[in-house]
Design a protein around this ligand. Structure first.
Ligand SMILES: [Zn+2]
Length: 274
């Protein structure tokens, strides 16, 4: 059991003084103690699967591509672009957001395993690649939707992951009603999908350990969800800086899969020792 602290300041001071090994042990104890663990993740969860994030040096927004250079990257993934330049939108989407063949990494696998063991209530993700489900996670709130689903803007018929990518039309149309079939992802200028967002809020409100991974919390939706968290422990795992580090009990500037793997190894070892 982790000691009780008289104040948040005292708690932060205690955790900041820990060695790397003590930090892992403290994280393990939190995982053992917590009853409702939730993972909130961003692009950094998928970069190890080879999916570029948006804003880093090798990210999608810094990719030079003549066909798209006259547009801002945010515009290419916006509701405006889908409506005003649908041929540009679908060209960009097909070239940059086809994640059908991408495989989950250690982070996805460990989170799925934690859920199977009853140690994780759910995953909230900003990613649209479906990798948590591919790894076996069942409870996943995709707050930005999924590139593996699409639907007709008029009759709402749903289409599978191949429909947009294998369609020979420049702009894919619904065989039933002839209107555009679009990806089920949240574009710039759109609201978050209500059901996924409500699920995410419920997970956050109930959690007593929130693990935030692979996001700098610069983007609004993840940041606002993180601020709704008032549970006992907050752990951040991210290679770069994250905005809420001052509020976190533990911060790991490392690979998410690596940290989670160590955690489970230590958990099993301490289990055997008992
Ligand atoms: Zn239709």
């Amino acid at each position: 059991m982790i000691a009780e602290f008289a104040s948040q300041r005292e708690k932060v001071k205690y955790f900041r003084a820990l060695s790397p090994e003590q930090k892992i042990n403290a994280f393990t104890e939190m995982v053992e103690e917590a009853e409702h663990i939730v993972f909130l993740g961003g692009a950094g969860v998928s970069t190890e699967s080879g999916i570029p994030d948006f804003r880093s040096k090798d990210g999608l927004y810094n990719k030079k591509d003549k066909r798209f250079s006259k547009y801002k990257p945010e515009y290419l993934l916006s509701y405006d672009c889908l409506n005003k330049h649908p041929e540009v939108f679908f060209d960009y989407f097909r070239k940059n957001l086809d994640c059908r063949e991408v495989l989950p990494n250690d982070a996805h696998r460990k989170l799925a395993e934690m859920e199977r063991c009853g140690k994780l209530d759910g995953v909230i993700t900003q990613n649209i690649d479906g990798l948590h489900q591919k790894a076996g996670s069942k409870k996943v709130s995709e707050i930005h939707g999924s590139a593996l689903r699409s639907y007709c803007v008029s009759c709402r018929r749903e289409y599978d992951e191949n429909f947009i990518f294998e369609n020979t039309e420049e702009v894919p149309h619904c065989p039933d009603c002839g209107k555009i079939v679009r990806p089920d992802v949240t574009l710039y200028g759109e609201f978050l999908p209500q059901r996924a967002y409500e699920e995410a809020v419920a997970l956050i409100r109930y959690a007593d350990l929130l693990i935030i991974g692979g996001t700098s919390l610069e983007v609004g939706s993840a940041a606002s969800l993180a601020h709704m968290y008032h549970g006992k422990y907050l752990v951040i795992i991210n290679k770069g800086k994250t905005k809420m580090e001052g509020k976190a009990d533990l911060v790991f500037h490392d690979s998410i899969g690596k940290v989670l793997n160590t955690l489970i190894y230590v958990t099993q070892r301490s289990g055997n020792r008992d």
